[in-house]
Design a protein around this ligand. Structure first.
Ligand code: PLP
Length: 408
């Protein structure tokens, strides 16, 4: 067995399919968001980032940086071990109180990432429920799919945001069987919002439990940043709300919130929580500061919504194929992996604009796109520059000819 050859061949396959991944080598500059320095191996230059999930620029907010530095100065860098073995940092306790309050839930539990929080929580909850049936939206994130797989529970996939299909599956399963509905509030590739109220109604009617990923909504929607459930007053209707500290909160980590008994069971049973070192106190302190800030301040949210709308309007008026989106996410349709990668390259080299190509398996084949995420810091001048750069790119590499009709 030529081990290395096996791996090289799998990589070659990606080249053939035009979806070999190259990471942009970037250096963020505090105070200059959304600009960053791009290193291409030969030269370094300043570029504008249009695809960060630090949606509100909180990762560079002076108060958040201060909170991180103060905590590190007071308690050091690392957590020193798993919470099970080495105790829980007081900063984590505070963070969990803040999160439970944010979502009006009894308790919360913090994990080392949003990915781990989904994988560990969904698998543990479904394992603890006898003969659990998981009902999963077909476009759920990879972390949720991993959690479902790990649980070993039976899974049925319902058509994306389709309550009628979900209801048929619930009806067939019957009232008595344990049922867990897992879905997201905002689907981050299309920017659409799930019919949360309808799904909660069905869960009530058929006695199912609900698990909602609000990763792309926390910090950004609702008067306190509690997500779409906060905005639409649906918090109480969902059993478990999951979120990340790494996107709008600009830090790192993931969490679940919900009834104390469920959170406590996950704390005691989930290997992905138990057997890994806790988040550093400084990261917890930074996240707490960001949550507290965004509980009170509407400024960032309002401005982000405005700039997202400005961006959509500017690109649509230029005739670019903006895909319909109900949220701050602005997807622009390409429909071909090679052209999508080429567009990213061209934008970076010719226009000093970074927008990562989104190819399979992040989206399905034929749905390749550029995913643009305007922040409060992408001002109207930057939006105009983006508009011109995209138009030039579309013509230069022939996307307009390849696909002249707008998507969806
Ligand atoms: C990014 C993402 C996650 C994972 O969150 P991390 O904190 O980045 O690990 C989970 N769910 C969805 C829908 C995501 O987009």
């Amino acid at each position: 067995m030529d081990y290395k050859k096996v791996f090289q061949e799998t990589i070659n396959q990606l080249y053939t399919e035009k979806r070999y991944r190259v990471f942009a080598d970037l250096e963020q500059i505090v105070g200059a968001f959304p600009h960053a320095v791009w290193h291409d191996g030969v030269e370094s230059r300043e570029i504008t980032v249009w695809c960060s999930n630090d949606y509100l620029g909180m990762g560079q907010h002076p108060d958040i940086i201060q909170a991180l530095c103060t905590a590190a100065g007071n308690t050091g860098v690392g957590a020193g071990g798993t919470r099970n073995i080495s105790g829980t940092s007081h900063y984590l306790v505070e963070l969990e109180e803040e999160l439970a309050d944010l979502h009006h839930k009894e308790a919360s539990l913090v994990f080392t990432s949003g990915f781990i929080s989904n994988e560990a929580s969904i698998s543990t909850i479904a394992q603890l429920l006898p003969d659990c049936l998981i009902l999963s939206d077909e476009l759920n994130h990879a972390s949720m799919i991993e959690g479902i797989r790990r649980s070993g529970a039976e899974k049925q996939v319902f058509r994306h945001s389709d309550p009628n299909h979900l209801e048929r599956l619930l009806k067939t399963a019957g009232q008595e069987r344990a049922k867990l509905i897992v879905f997201e509030s905002i689907y981050s590739m299309d920017g659409d919002i799930a019919p949360i109220r309808e799904i909660a109604d069905l869960a009530e009617k058929y006695n199912a439990m609900t698990y909602l990923d609000e990763v792309h909504a926390v910090g950004m929607y609702g008067v306190r940043g509690g997500g779409i459930t906060d905005r639409d007053h649906l918090t109480e209707r969902i059993d478990i709300i999951e979120g990340t500290l790494a996107k709008a909160y600009g830090s790192l980590g993931g969490y679940i919130t919900g009834p104390r008994s469920i959170i406590d069971a996950v704390r005691c049973y989930a290997p992905g929580f138990i057997f890994t070192t806790a988040l550093p106190p400084s990261i917890a302190a930074a996240a707490t500061a960001a949550i507290r800030h965004l509980k009170k301040s509407q400024r960032e949210r309002t401005l982000q919504q405005r700039q997202a709308k400005q961006t959509k309007d500017a690109l649509i008026s230029a005739g670019l194929p903006v895909m319909p989106s109900q949220t701050h996410i602005v997807p622009v349709f390409v429909g071909n992996p090679a052209l999508c990668t080429k567009a990213t390259d061209h934008l970076l080299r010719q226009h000093s604009i970074y927008i990562q190509a989104i190819n399979y398996p992040t989206v399905s084949q034929g749905k390749e796109r550029l995913r643009i995420t305007p922040t409060p810091f992408h001002d109207d001048v930057l939006i105009r520059m983006l508009q011109h750069a995209l138009l030039e790119t579309w013509n230069a590499i022939g996307i307009s000819d390849f696909n002249s009709s707008a998507a969806g």
